[in-house]
Design a protein around this ligand. Structure first.
Ligand code: ADP
Ligand code: MG
Length: 270
């Protein structure tokens, strides 16, 4: 039965795009003072894919997301246990420069939060801080390229010196994405990035996320099941501080194994 030993076309392409784990959480636990918010969470984040974190409010999605670039370090009384790696390297190791880590693992927040500066300076800020530009021309190049990658350049090219805060909500969020991209991140974390946007701006940002996954690894928290289904390849379902199910997005939405996932995606709680 020779054919059993040869790969069919689908298996060939699956092998060709076999996912590489870019970040890995192992037994991740987070405490806020006495209160434990995450319990022994294990999750692989695959390179150049979108991983969606879903689950009812308060289940620990944002808490987990923040462990991936040590944003919890800035939360008073928060303690992280377990192990989190980026390309196999422990990001909580003493030798890790947290500022550099947050450039490699960038973040986009729920509410667009441009600095009270010009559109140009919003994007130029990070590359300046990190010494990524050798000249003014270099810096301009980075700003323009980042705005292009964020799908915003055409809309703002004639007013780069105007305040970023003067843009529409959707444009502001794409500006924040351009700002994250400008420091050449490998991973981009997004915490409900469309929750303050109207449906048209949301669709634009979702299309952008879909494009960005060609070059970046993305982790997105979303309370919209439709959004998770539209933009992600892999979904992790959180409940009461634990991951109850993780897998291919298609399977999670069509045929989940866990009753809680099923109840959540069909709107029975959350
Ligand atoms: N800074 C904080 N201090 C104390 N408790 C917090 C803090 N942030 C989150 N929590 C608690 O941790 C749990 C998980 O919260 P969070 O990660 O924000 O959930 P989600 O993003 O899924 O809505 C909740 O019970 C929340 O109240
Ligand atoms: Mg949250």
């Amino acid at each position: 039965m020779m054919e059993n030993f040869s790969l069919n076309a689908a298996q060939h392409s699956a092998a060709a795009i076999a996912p590489v784990s870019k970040m890995r959480g192992e037994k991740v636990a987070v405490f806020y003072g006495q209160k434990q918010a995450l319990f022994e969470v294990d999750l692989d984040v695959y390179e150049r894919q979108v991983t969606a974190l879903i689950g009812p409010s308060g289940c620990g999605k944002s808490t987990f997301l923040r462990t991936l670039n040590r944003m919890n370090d800035t939360v008073e009384g928060a303690k992280v246990k377990g192990r989190i790696t980026l390309d196999g390297e422990d990001i909580y190791d003493r030798a890790i420069d947290v500022v550099e880590l947050r450039a490699r693992v960038g973040m986009v927040f729920q509410k667009p939060n441009p600095f009270p500066k010009s559109i140009f300076d919003n994007v130029a800020y990070g590359p300046k801080i990190h010494g990524l530009a050798r000249s003014k021309a270099d810096l301009e190049e980075i700003v323009v390229t980042s705005l292009r990658k964020a799908g915003l350049f055409e809309e703002v090219k004639d007013r780069l010196d105007e305040p970023g805060t003067g843009l529409s909500g959707g444009q502001q969020q794409r500006l924040c994405i351009a700002r994250a991209i400008a420091v050449a991140p490998e991973v981009i974390l997004m915490d409900e990035p469309c929750s303050a946007l109207d449906p048209i701006a949301t669709a634009t940002v979702e299309e952008l996320i879909d494009e960005l996954k060609q070059n970046y690894t993305i982790v997105i928290v979303t309370h919209s099941m439709q959004q998770a289904a539209r933009v992600s390849q892999r979904t992790a379902m959180f409940h009461l501080g634990k991951i109850v199910e993780v897998g291919a997005t298609e399977k999670m939405f069509q045929n989940p194994d866990d009753k809680r996932t099923q109840d959540y995606i069909t709107g029975r709680f959350g």
